[in-house]
Design a protein around this ligand. Structure first.
Ligand SMILES: *[C@@H]1O[C@H](CO)[C@@H](O)[C@H](O)[C@H]1NC(C)=O
Ligand SMILES: *[C@@H]1O[C@H](CO)[C@@H](O)[C@H](O)[C@H]1NC(C)=O
Ligand SMILES: *[C@@H]1O[C@H](CO)[C@@H](O)[C@H](O)[C@H]1NC(C)=O
Length: 255
């Protein structure tokens, strides 16, 4: 008897946890695009049941019945596609008004259960960015400091980089910022190119500038000099060897 109620308690705790802990999955969708919401079909009970998808706990979007066509809410006619075998819901042409929590719930012979829960966030594409280099690039013989500013419609960040003859590095860390529209603006170096990246969960835009175009020490002339010097040295050495050889040969013959 005691063991039996103990088991029951475990069973209740477990079923409670299963209901409470069904994690809400975040989903980001680009405005105007579709989203497909699934459940694990293995979780669906075999016996008689009704399965429904709700929006923000109240509006019922679609209800699946056994051996019957699913019913779709009038408000969503034409925007919903269902898959009767998978109990999935495809919601089309998402707009900001569709932001919210979508829950698949099974009711029927047994206790009501949540099968899947998604928190859908609809985002527009991010605006373009423009990366500009401040005119006041300060440079000495072996280093160069340049400050760049990256702008979007509603925000901007600045960042300073130091370049020596070999490489560039960010001064005081790379900069990033979250803009008003929940997008982030990020300035960083990649292979000595300065990149400004404006991104949210569904899109990104970028602008790129090559650091060496603005830092003379860091530019190609160094490399070009080396490229010229090496062949000249090689040619000079060959000529020298030839001359020495010719001189030795003549001396031998004269003896
Ligand atoms: C670049 O900035 C660093 C740190 O602020 C400074 O030490 C250095 O002298 C600057 N270089 C030039 C060429 O202005
Ligand atoms: C950066 O350089 C590495 C190695 O030099 C190269 O493999 C990589 O493709 C480069 N990335 C870009 C974005 O140019
Ligand atoms: C810009 O940021 C997004 C999101 O973090 C990333 O997926 C993308 O690859 C980045 N673009 C570049 C050029 O680094």
């Amino acid at each position: 008897m005691g063991a039996f109620s103990f088991l029951c308690a475990i069973f209740l705790v477990n079923s409670c946890q299963m209901q409470g802990s069904s994690a809400v999955t975040p989903v980001f969708v680009q405005k105007g695009k579709d989203v497909l919401l699934n459940i694990m079909t293995a979780d669906v009970p075999e016996n008689l049941f009704i399965l429904s998808w709700r929006f923000n706990q109240k509006d019922v979007l679609v209800t699946f019945f056994p051996d019957k066509e699913p019913t779709v809410s009038n408000n969503y006619t034409g925007r919903i596609e269902t898959d009767v075998k998978k109990y999935s819901l495809k919601l089309k042409n998402l707009q900001e008004a569709d932001n919210g929590v979508y829950t698949a719930r099974v009711t029927g012979s047994e206790e009501e259960r949540i099968l899947a829960e998604y928190n859908v966030t609809v985002q527009g594409p991010v605006s373009p960015v423009e990366l500009s280099v401040d005119s006041s690039v300060s440079s000495s013989s072996d280093s160069c400091n340049l400050t760049v500013t990256c702008r979007t419609q509603d925000s901007h960040i600045s960042s300073t980089f130091t370049c020596d003859t070999q490489t560039c590095s960010p001064e005081g860390g790379e900069r990033s910022e979250v803009t008003t529209s929940a997008a982030s603006l990020h300035v960083y170096l990649l292979n000595d190119s300065i990149i400004c990246n404006h991104s949210n969960q569904v899109s990104w835009t970028e602008d790129i500038k090559k650091a060496k175009h603005f830092c003379p020490q860091h530019a190609d002339p160094d490399k070009q000099d080396k490229n010229v010097i090496v062949p000249v040295l090689v040619a000079f050495t060959i000529v020298l060897i030839a001359v020495v050889a010719a001189v030795c040969y003549h001396r031998k013959r004269l003896k």
